[in-house]
Design a protein around this ligand. Structure first.
Ligand code: FAD
Length: 432
């Protein structure tokens, strides 16, 4: 395999895989260190995943939740970006293999995030819609709109309802947010576009295997989210799992069935990393790291963000897979690189919990901030503010904000476009 062209250097080379929340923060903070930094990502852009659901439900354009990595990292000296999928790691040779060649490293940082977890369910992987990448959100948007076009000319009532019905699996923040956004489309937007359709036939069902919503949040927030969703007309079925889905009927574990052309899978993610690391470093799909983010058994390999499993008394199962954890670990590892390079003692990572939140739709959200459990309009304002300040790129902040203001006052969503038709055989598949 040929070498990836890079300027030769006498400085230590830090190779970072993944330009997500963790990778970007790390690279920015390595700015003034005497190192060469090489970032690999399969895309040339960063994705702001918390708003993917708004792209999928025609609330935002995809461009407003993505930002070019080269632009983001332009001011970083000694920085080189290479757009490529990383296939494997050879830790014994300090080498990674990518689709454009191989590269040697002095230090390697894995910031490769997570991927959809179908828990081995082949039928759902084949026919359901995951929500992890921008192309997947665009497929879902096209698919939903294509179904309404088809429903509008359907002559068979069963087929018509099945085209309109939507099932969302997973009552975590993503499932709750998608369900709320679908409720808004049904109540405020689609009836105007399709006056010939009877929206009384359309059902939006949120399925959750647990006995409550938002398990990672307080009970009060879970209950509130349930109340808000029901107000938006979403049927929430707790203690209910999907057994299989053939693209037309969701077979529920309790013997029930729902006819739907659209099943959105928001029931879980698992770690995502190139092969080559030793087996002892992997636990439940994530990489075991010490309090300095070094991967177990590999001195010069680090993992940050979703992929890192740092078990502690406070977080026995590792930290939650959230953007603030990824950002803080990126920041912290940069600090530790300073210590490593100057021969000082590294510092252990300590997560500063900034709370968690989920929006359910217009004027309705839930937020747990310290001991405060906020709901309704106030939580919705907090949710909007936090997302606006977190979204990467000033241009994106302005576009997202103006879109939200427009949508709020006009009850309209401007991006109900089928730019490229969804064709099932071209579905972006992920492994089970
Ligand atoms: C739909 C959805 C909603 C969410 N909502 C919230 C929320 O409201 N609040 C919150 O805090 N968190 C939320 N999260 C979680 C949050 O997005 C993640 O915790 C965060 O993105 C993790 O950051 P990361 O840097 O570890 O990985 P990511 O941001 O996933 O970045 C990983 C990067 O690695 C690249 N990559 C992966 N493998 C390879 C490879 N082999 N070769 C090259 N490049 C590779 C990818 O292209 C990607 O750019 C949400 C996630 C999803 C999917």
């Amino acid at each position: 395999m040929s070498q990836v062209p890079l300027p030769s250097t006498d400085k230590p080379r830090i190779v970072v895989i993944g330009g997500g929340f963790a990778g970007i923060k790390l690279v920015k903070r390595l700015k003034n260190l005497p190192v060469q930094v090489v970032l690999f990502d399969r895309n040339n852009y960063h994705t702001f995943q918390p708003l993917l659901y708004q792209v999928a439900t025609a609330g935002l354009e995809p461009d407003s939740i993505a930002d070019p990595l080269r632009k983001q990292l332009e001011p970083v000296k000694n920085f080189f970006f290479r757009m490529a999928e990383v296939y494997s790691i050879e830790p014994e040779n300090n080498l990674i293999k990518t689709e454009i060649g191989e590269v040697k490293y002095d230090y390697l940082v894995l910031a490769t995030g997570s991927k959809t977890n179908f828990f081995g369910n082949e039928s759902i992987m084949q026919n359901g819609f995951p929500l992890k990448q921008i192309p997947q959100a665009l497929d879902l948007r096209s698919h939903i709109l294509q179904n309404f076009e088809a429903a509008n000319i359907a002559t068979d009532e069963k087929e018509l309802a099945s085209r309109m019905n939507v099932v969302i699996v997973g009552g975590g923040p993503t499932g709750v947010e998608v369900a709320g956004a679908m409720g808004e489309l049904k109540n405020n937007i689609l009836p105007g576009d399709y006056p010939e359709l009877d929206f009384g036939l359309m059902t939006i069902t949120l399925l959750e295997g647990d006995d409550r919503l938002l398990r990672g949040m307080s009970e009060a927030s879970g209950k509130r989210a349930l109340k808000y969703l029901e107000k938006f007309g979403v049927k929430v079925r707790l203690n209910t799992m999907v057994k299989s889905y053939d693209g037309l009927v969701a077979d529920l574990g309790d013997g029930g069935h729902i006819s739907t052309h659209t099943l959105i899978w928001a029931a879980g993610v698992k770690g995502n990393f190139p092969k080559g690391l030793n087996k002892e470093s992997i636990d439940k799909g994530r990489l075991l790291v010490d309090p300095y983010n070094a991967v177990k058994g590999h001195d010069n390999v680090f993992a940050i963000g979703d992929i890192a499993m740092m078990s502690s008394d406070e977080f026995p199962q590792g930290h939650p897979m959230l953007a603030p954890v990824a950002i803080q670990q990126g920041e912290h590892l940069a600090q530790n690189f300073k210590h490593i390079l100057s021969g000082k003692q590294k510092k252990a990572f300590k997560y500063k919990d900034q709370g968690s939140m989920a929006t359910v739709g217009r004027n309705k959200a839930v937020a747990d901030i310290g001991n405060m459990k906020v709901g309704g309009f106030m939580a919705w304002l907090i949710w909007m503010f936090i997302h606006l300040i977190s979204i990467i790129g000033f241009r994106n902040k302005i576009i997202v904000f103006s879109n939200w203001v427009w949508n709020y006052f006009t009850y309209d969503k401007g991006t109900r476009l089928i730019i490229r038709k969804f064709i099932p055989k071209n579905r972006i598949k992920e492994e089970v």
